[in-house]
Design a protein around this ligand. Structure first.
Ligand SMILES: *[C@@H]1O[C@H](CO)[C@@H](O)[C@H](O)[C@H]1NC(C)=O
Ligand SMILES: *[C@@H]1O[C@H](CO)[C@@H](O)[C@H](O)[C@H]1NC(C)=O
Ligand SMILES: *[C@@H]1O[C@H](CO)[C@@H](O)[C@H](O)[C@H]1NC(C)=O
Length: 177
């Protein structure tokens, strides 16, 4: 479904100022300084970091997602495989960071659907000489779109360090379009 924009584009500084004229399933995306309504399933930035894996328990280098941009969409890979943000609690010091970020809720199931999800990270506690993570805190919200066989994400930079988005590859969760 397309939302028609009845105001001539010439009245706007940029064609999608305020994103009011983007067709459903598209979003205002900045590429090389140009802002336009694009399909994030086509125009995305690849994040291909093996350190983000839920399997990664090496915490000698702790990453922080300070370079995440709000004006692009991201597609995750682990090697050649599509990856996705886990839908369940991930303990601290996994995924190459102190606080791996996961989502509370499921990924979208309808093609082209964009959903908003709450992001959480593990809370660290000190108890009898040990740091451990058990509970969790709310971090921020993100948008997720289902494309044909993969997801794309509109992420937000976490407010503190070291927080980073975690990824796994549960293939069964991917809905093929
Ligand atoms: C969007 O992606 C398509 C396909 O990769 C590419 O041809 C086009 O140049 C991209 N547009 C922008 C603005 O990056
Ligand atoms: C991700 O990086 C690995 C290792 O550098 C590479 O083999 C793989 O082709 C990359 N995947 C994508 C989708 O670019
Ligand atoms: C997680 O999502 C469920 C379902 O939407 C909701 O009921 C629950 O309150 C959420 N948990 C937190 C901690 O926000």
């Amino acid at each position: 479904m397309f939302i028609l924009c009845f105001v001539p584009h010439i009245l706007f500084e940029a064609p999608c100022t305020g994103c009011r004229c983007c067709a459903s399933g598209t979003d205002c995306i900045t590429t090389n300084g140009v802002i336009e309504c694009l399909d994030p399933c086509v125009n995305y930035t690849v994040l291909n970091d093996t350190w983000r894996s839920t399997e990664n328990t090496d915490n000698s280098i702790l990453h922080c997602d300070q370079d995440i941009s709000r004006s692009v969409w991201y597609r995750f890979y682990l090697g050649q495989t599509n990856a996705q943000i886990p839908e369940n609690y991930v303990a601290g010091n996994r995924c190459g960071t102190s606080a791996p970020l996961w989502i509370n809720g499921s990924h979208p199931v309808q093609l082209n659907e964009i959903v908003t999800r709450n992001v959480f990270g593990p809370w660290w506690d000190y108890w009898y000489g040990y740091w451990y993570s058990s509970f969790y805190f709310a971090s921020n919200t993100i948008q997720i779109k289902l494309c044909s066989g993969y997801y794309v994400y509109k992420l937000q930079q976490p407010s503190v360090c070291n927080l980073a988005y975690c990824t796994g590859t549960p293939e069964h969760q991917f809905v093929q379009g």
